[in-house]
Write a protein that binds this ligand. Structure first.
Ligand code: SF4
Length: 265
């Protein structure tokens, strides 16, 4: 069980110490949290920091085992996949988009529009919307392969680099490979050696999404972000409390997903 003790510091914040089992090790950290009402969405920067620490540790272990990560800046092969985006990350990205200058948001709107048109023309859009892939593993696998083969880059991929690297989704942070980057150009035809992350925090966010939406998925395809944002949804409001309360809830859910590295998105 994730342990947490909370001690007061300077108002209006508190600090929380926690321990999260990560594979055979335990991640122990102290984080500064808001003391007042906090939503799961507002906690995302802390969750991203925890994720980065886990990924850094797993990366070091892979290097020590002479299986270094082959992912590099400028290689965006994996950014042509169907990327699962939690509802809370969708909320945070929607708010971030609203802070951008008009010319930048217009540029991104165009990129999302073109990506959706390309998916429609490739026959992928109808298959995503009919939802059959959510209930059938074979259909899901085929959809993911065909999505990749459609070659539609994530709208945030610019010059083969992620233009939102610091705030990219957890599922992107968790996708790391140790095989040759060349193989990533066609993952259906090659065996890709993916790094196993002992605790995939994205799965905890998806679980909260399933709870509040009561659907089988609990996330949206990233390429639907702008359309989703128009709904004005605030999923974070449905997982809220004091900062320490929300962190504790999240860590409990994360621990429940520990060791499920191959778990279906
Ligand atoms: S958000 Fe960034 S890392 Fe994730 S798929 Fe898009 S470009 Fe790639």
């Amino acid at each position: 069980m994730a342990q947490e003790t909370v001690r007061e510091t300077d108002s209006p914040g508190v600090t929380a110490e926690f321990a999260l089992p990560v594979g055979t090790a335990t991640l122990r950290a102290t984080v500064a949290l808001p003391a007042g009402r906090t939503t799961l969405t507002q906690l995302l920067p802390i969750i991203q920091d925890i994720e980065n620490t886990i990924v850094d540790q797993v990366t070091l272990e892979a290097e020590a085992a002479e299986r270094p990560i082959s992912c590099r800046a400028g290689c965006g092969a994996c950014c042509r996949q169907l990327v699962p985006l939690s509802l809370f990350e969708a909320e945070a990205l929607t708010e971030w988009l609203q802070t951008l200058p008009e010319d930048r948001i217009a540029h991104l709107r165009q990129r999302f529009h073109l990506a959706l048109l390309a998916l429609r023309d490739a026959g992928i859009m109808d298959r995503i919307l009919d939802g059959a892939w959510m209930n059938d593993e074979e259909i899901n696998t085929k959809l993911n392969i065909d999505y990749f083969h459609a070659g539609v880059a994530c709208p945030f991929l610019e010059n083969e680099s992620c233009s939102i690297h610091a705030i990219r989704p957890l599922s992107c942070r968790e996708y790391l490979v140790t095989s040759s980057p060349e193989l990533c150009k066609d993952p259906a035809a090659h065996a890709i050696a993916g790094l196993q992350i002992p605790v995939r925090l994205s799965r905890a966010l998806f679980a909260f999404g399933r709870q509040i939406e009561q659907d089988k998925r609990g996330w949206i395809p990233l390429v639907f972000l702008l359309a989703w944002g128009k709904s004005g949804a605030k999923p974070g409001d449905r997982v809220a409390g004091t900062g320490p309360e929300v962190l504790k809830l999240f860590l409990q859910e994360a621990e429940a997903h520990s060791g499920n590295a191959d778990e279906e998105a």
